[in-house]
Design a protein around this ligand. Structure first.
Ligand code: PLP
Length: 444
C-alpha cells in the first residue's frame, strides 16, 4: 500500500525508475518515449551530462544558503543571463521553485507596485477562461477553469474572466483575425470599465495557452490590442510563460512573436528543464524601482528562493540550449512536426483541430467535426488516450478542458528540444494509433 498522497487516490501510477535522453524507464523495465517532457518541462530530455555536471559541482561547492542572509554567484549569473535576453525594460529576476509560485509572486508584485505608487484602490485581476496559472490560491483565482476553482471559490482573490483567443471555437466565420483581436480587446476593455478603470491591477494571460485547451495560439495583433487596452487604463500586463516559454515555441519568450513586452513575465518548467524545481518572475524596471524607492522591500518570500543547485541547473540548461543552437532546431523541426501531425491526423474524423508552434502542439478531439461537439465528459476520452498511449510506450499529455461550459478533450505534445525527426515520426505514429483506438472505444 502506498503512503504517498497521490493526486488520484484510487490508483497508483507505475514507478519511474531511470531515464536518459528521450526515454523514461519504469521499475518493470518498460520504456516510454517522452513526447510531452512531463508537462512541457524536460527541454533537454533526461540525464543531460552537462546539466548533471553543473549540479554536482554546485552541490560540492554550496548546496544551500538562505536569501535572508546571502546571495550566491550562481543566482547572480542566472539573473544576468536571463536579463541579457529579457524583453525590453526588464531589470530583475525573482527566483522561486515553480510555476504556481512564480504566478503567485507576480500577482503580489503587481499589487504591491500599485500600493507603492499610491493606487491602493486597485484590487482586481482580469484573466481568461480556458487558462491555467497554477494551483495555489492566487494562481487558482486567475485560472480560467471554473471546475478547478469551484471548491475553493470562497477563498479566492477577486478576478474576472474574459474570453481567451481561441480561433477554432470562437472566431466568427465572417471575422478576419484582426477584427477578432479587436473584439477580444473590446471585451477586455468592457471588463476593466465594469470594475472601474482605476480598480484593476493586471490582465493575466498565457501567451500561448497550454494546459487547459490543448495549446491556444493567439491570432496576430491580439496581444498588441490587449496591451493597448492595458496601457490606456494603467493596467499591468502579466504574461504567464510557465509552459510556453523558455524556447518551447521556438523563441526564448513566446511574447517575442507577439510584438509585445509584458510588465511581468513568469517562467518555470523549461527554465530548469526538470532537473530542479525552479521558476522566476522577470520584472520591468519600473516595478522594481517603485519598490526600491518606496518601502525598499518586496513583501513576499520563500525558504528556497534562488536555491543554488536549482539556479545551477537552470543556468546549465540555458547554456546548452544556446550552445547547441536548439531554438533554430525547434523552429525548423517544429514545423516538420506540425506537418507530420497534420498528415497523420488532419483527416481523422474525431480530430477537430491541430495547432501549435515550435515544439508545442495540441490536438483537439471532437465527437463531430461539423458541429465541433466534444465527446461527453463522462467518457473521459483524454484519460483513455493517456492509458492507451502508455501501454504503447508513449508519454503524451492529454487533458479534459472546458469549452463554453462543456468539457472537451485535448492532447498536448511538448517533446524535449533534442528530439530527432525519427522521434517525432514515432511520436506521431504512436499517438495516431492511440487516438484511433480510444476514440473508437468511446464511439462504441
Ligand atoms: N502557469 C502555467 C501556464 C502552467 O502551465 C502551469 C503548470 O502547468 C503553472 C502556471 C503552474 O506551474 P507549477 O505546476 O510548476 O506550479
Amino acid at each position: 500500500m502506498t503512503h504517498v498522497f497521490h493526486r488520484h487516490l484510487r490508483s497508483t501510477p507505475p514507478v519511474a525508475d531511470s531515464a536518459a535522453g528521450m526515454r523514461i524507464r519504469d521499475a518493470d523495465g518498460r520504456s516510454y518515449l517522452d513526447a510531452s517532457g512531463g508537462a512541457a518541462v524536460s527541454a533537454l530530455g533526461h540525464a543531460h551530462p552537462d546539466v548533471l555536471a553543473a549540479m554536482h559541482a554546485q552541490i560540492d561547492r554550496l548546496s544551500y544558503a538562505h536569501t535572508g542572509f546571502f546571495t550566491t554567484e550562481v543566482a547572480e549569473q542566472l539573473a544576468h543571463e536571463l536579463m541579457r535576453s529579457a524583453p525590453a525594460g526588464m531589470s530583475h529576476a525573482y527566483f522561486v521553485s515553480g510555476g504556481s509560485e512564480a504566478v503567485e509572486a507576480a500577482l503580489k508584485m503587481a499589487r504591491q507596485y500599485f500600493v507603492e505608487i499610491g493606487q491602493p484602490q486597485r484590487t482586481h485581476f482580469i484573466a481568461r477562461r480556458q487558462s491555467y496559472h497554477g494551483n495555489t490560491l492566487g494562481a487558482l483565482a486567475v485560472g480560467g477553469n471554473a471546475w478547478r476553482r469551484a471548491p475553493f471559490a470562497p477563498l479566492l482573490v477577486p478576478a474576472t474572466h474574459v474570453a481567451p483567443c481561441y480561433p477554432y471555437r470562437e472566431q466568427r466565420a465572417d471575422e478576419a483575425p484582426a477584427q477578432y483581436a479587436l473584439r477580444l480587446a473590446a471585451e477586455l476593455e468592457a471588463a476593466i470599465l465594469a470594475q472601474g478603470a482605476d480598480r484593476v491591477i493586471a490582465f493575466v494571460a498565457e501567451t500561448v495557452g497550454g494546459a487547459t485547451a490543448g495549446v491556444l495560439t493567439p491570432v496576430a495583433d491580439y496581444f498588441r490590442a490587449v496591451r493597448a487596452v492595458c496601457d490606456k487604463y494603467g493596467v499591468l500586463l502579466i504574461l504567464d510563460e510557465v509552459m510556453c516559454g523558455m524556447g518551447r515555441t521556438g523563441t526564448l519568450h513566446a511574447s517575442e512573436q507577439e510584438g509585445v513586452v509584458p510588465d511581468l513575465l513568469t517562467i518555470a518548467k523549461g527554465l530548469g528543464g526538470g532537473y530542479q524545481p525552479v521558476g522566476a518572475v522577470l520584472a520591468q524596471g519600473k516595478i522594481v524601482d517603485a519598490m526600491s524607492q518606496g518601502s525598499g522591500f518586496f513583501q513576499h518570500g520563500h525558504t528556497y528562493l534562488g536555491h543554488p543547485v536549482a539556479c545551477a541547473a537552470a543556468l546549465a540548461v540555458q547554456k546548452v540550449i544556446q550552445r547547441d543552437e536548439l531554438l533554430p532546431k525547434v523552429r525548423a523541426d517544429g514545423e516538420a512536426f506540425g506537418a507530420m501531425l497534420q498528415q497523420a491526423l488532419g483527416d481523422h474524423p474525431r480530430v477537430g483541430d491541430i495547432r501549435g508552434r515550435g515544439f508545442f502542439w495540441g490536438v483537439e478531439l471532437v465527437a463531430d467535426r461539423g458541429s465541433k461537439r466534444p465527446f461527453p465528459a463522462a467518457l473521459k476520452l483524454h484519460a483513455a488516450i493517456k492509458k492507451d498511449a502508455m501501454a504503447r510506450g508513449l508519454l503524451c499529455y492529454p487533458m479534459g478542458g472546458t469549452v463554453n461550459g462543456v468539457d472537451g478533450d485535448h492532447v498536448l505534445l511538448a517533446p524535449p528540444f533534442i528530439a530527432s525527426r525519427d522521434d517525432l515520426q514515432e511520436i506521431t505514429r504512436l499517438l495516431s494509433a492511440s487516438i484511433d483506438a480510444a476514440t473508437r472505444a468511446c464511439d462504441a
